[in-house]
Design a protein around this ligand. Sequence first.
Ligand SMILES: C[S@@+](CC[C@H](N)C(=O)[O-])C[C@H]1O[C@@H](n2cnc3c(N)ncnc32)[C@H](O)[C@@H]1O
Length: 220
Amino acid sequence: MSEGNSRGITSNQTGPHNKLVEVVQRHLQHQSQKPFSEHTLEAFEAAQGWLNGFNGDLILDSCCGVGESTANLAKLFPQARIIGIDKSALRTGKHEHYDQGTENHLVLRADVIDFWRLAKQAGWKPVRHYLLYPNPYPKSAHLQRRWHASPSFADIVGLGGRIEVRSNWRIYIEEFAQALQVVGYTCQAESYQADTPMTPFERKYWNSGQQSWRVVTQLA
Ligand SMILES: C[S@@+](CC[C@H](N)C(=O)[O-])C[C@H]1O[C@@H](n2cnc3c(N)ncnc32)[C@H](O)[C@@H]1O
């Protein structure tokens, strides 16, 4: 990945989308009935097999890319099991390079839209859920491609745990916080910095002088 030359987000939005609350509320009223994709069903089964009845702390690293954060979380939480999920086989295929030899993590190629639904149906209760640098879709017309304004938001909330979402686009995080407020959580966007970046995208943004934003809240 190129480092240090990432341009900031440009968008025709100057603040949270004015249709956000309406869209979130509409999606909350409808449960998706779409059939699950075969590859995600298989990935979910693989995850169940790997967990093998484990009933300690489970952590999800959704849209993990190459899974550098998954490996970092595995070191940070050695007693937990961490599952990183990304739909790009190209990215998950590079995980080996970022693996730090821990055995408490698994990186899977799967679509989180289906994976979250499957996990919720199976009663998974992750203690932490990371969503680091999701694709921002900054065009205002693409609002519903952002996770908080998509039908999947109900599944994210339903899974529970301490959710942490980071982005280099402040508005994305402000909107995510607003969507969480719609379902009853008090939270706010805050700036985020640390000594060491946790993911390749975080590294790229910081090397380019961009700032990160995050929202963190404890879901029931
Ligand atoms: C901007 S990258 C961030 C990757 C990583 N979290 C990081 O910070 O380096 C966004 C990632 O979301 C993944 N993604 C987008 N939609 C997805 C979906 N429906 N299911 C799984 N992964 C998805 C993409 O494949 C991509 O790797």
